[in-house]
Ligand binder design. Structure first.
Ligand SMILES: NC(=O)C1=CN([C@@H]2O[C@H](COP(=O)(O)OP(=O)(O)OC[C@H]3O[C@@H](n4cnc5c(N)ncnc54)[C@H](OP(=O)(O)O)[C@@H]3O)[C@@H](O)[C@H]2O)C=CC1
Ligand SMILES: CC(=O)N[C@@H](CCC(=O)OP(=O)(O)O)C(=O)O
Length: 338
């Protein structure tokens, strides 16, 4: 069993990590930290898990890190960027960071995250944890940046088209997220009476450069906030090469995801569409597509739970890939042998 500690454990994704680690056959949850001086210290872990959230004083975190084989960070971007180099000084553990602190090239941080990256050497060694597409790098690195929620939904849908060389123009991504995507802390725009389906971050959301960097192609990305708690639905319009056929696209998605442990295909969107109700509270992505052969336009739809496949369960899948644990996530937080 690998000693596993979670930092940021009182937050939305941190709580999901607690459940996913506790039910994992190869991981032992040893410590769950909030921030230093947190009012959440002493609170119980999620229902059914014995233990308490601990105060995240740096000395306590570093002492625990010394004996850990796996460290999960569910902390804000800048906190992760500062914590990872300290953790690395004290521990040789596999670090999986759920924040955006290690996803982009160093030069992008001032513009998109508002800070100069404090650990450029480590950033250069970090690998992007898009499971199923970057597995060799995930196996070979001890610092994994779990992808953002919108990038997960978008990249899982777009990667097959991009890698098959069918992309012939700018993909247009419209995505709707539930409010838990903004985290647990109180923000004026996420209050109950304020949320009403609307776009935000138009032409300026930090997930645009993340998706573009890891897709290898520019795109237009427009997120929307919806009045529901969890889940993301991304609908993507993609110009494709002339002559692409629906049968070719069907075969492509089957080939990429037919055997995938956490990506499910719903097929032709004109018959059945992915939906948030199918994936909310599950570790799965659901992807569908429809091709207009006359106009060479492909429409993709991708649904995930932002806190699970878009964050916590994909982070655990990164651990499974790194250590070659052959496990598939079950609905309801369990894991079964592949
Ligand atoms: N919500 C989502 O859908 C997704 C979130 N992410 C990313 O994952 C990370 C966590 O997100 P989420 O769970 O939503 O966030 P929350 O705001 O719900 O929780 C953040 C947690 O981080 C802790 N924290 C804050 N600062 C520090 C620090 N300096 N040292 C240690 N702990 C600290 C907080 O502690 P305390 O409890 O004491 O306040 C809290 O437990 C973020 O980087 C986010 O961008 C990624 C994908 C999806
Ligand atoms: C609804 C909402 O506010 N969502 C968040 C994205 C959360 C997420 O995936 O990602 P990061 O780890 O990249 O922060 C946002 O738009 O900033």
């Amino acid at each position: 069993m690998l000693n596993t500690l979670i930092i940021g454990g009182a937050g939305y994704t941190g709580q999901e990590l607690c459940k996913l680690v506790t039910t994992h056959p190869q991981l032992k949850l040893t410590h769950v930290f909030a921030s230093a001086g947190s009012k959440n210290a002493g609170e119980p872990l999620p229902l059914g898990i014995t233990g308490q959230i601990q105060d995240g004083h740096p000395d306590a975190i570093m002492a625990a890190a010394h004996d850990a084989q796996v460290i999960l960070l569910a902390t804000p971007h800048e906190a992760s960027a500062a914590l990872v180099p300290q953790l690395r000084e004290h521990s040789d553990a596999l670090i999986v960071d759920l924040s955006g602190g290690f996803r982009l090239e160093a030069g992008a941080y001032p513009q998109w995250y508002g800070f100069e990256h404090p650990a450029k050497e480590l950033l250069a060694k970090a690998v992007y944890g898009l499971v199923g597409w970057n597995d060799k790098a995930i196996k070979g690195s001890k610092l994994i940046a779990a992808p953002g929620c919108y990038p997960t939904a978008t990249l899982l849908a777009l990667k097959p088209v991009m890698e098959a060389g069918l992309l012939a123009g700018l993909p247009i991504v419209n995505a709707v997220s539930g409010v838990s995507g903004a985290g647990k802390s109180n923000k004026p725009h996420t209050q109950f009476c304020e949320v009403s389906l609307a776009p935000y971050g138009v032409l300026g959301h930090r997930h645009q450069p993340e998706i573009a960097q890891h897709l290898g192609h520019d795109l237009v990305f427009t997120p929307h906030l919806g009045a529901f708690d969890r889940g993301i639905l991304a609908t993507i319009t993609v110009p494709v090469k002339a002559g692409t056929t629906q049968a070719q696209v069907d075969a492509l998605y089957q080939q990429c995801y037919g055997q995938h442990p956490s990506v499910h295909l719903s097929g032709d969107l004109r018959r059945q569409a992915p939906a948030i109700k199918n994936v909310a509270n599950t570790p799965y992505a659901q992807i569908g597509w429809a091709l207009d052969e006359a106009r060479n336009l492909l429409v993709l739809a991708s649904a995930i739970d932002n806190l699970l496949k878009g964050a916590a369960s994909q982070a655990i899948e990164c651990i499974n890939t790194h250590f070659d644990f052959k496990l598939r996530p079950l609905p309801g937080y369990g894991w079964e042998a592949l």
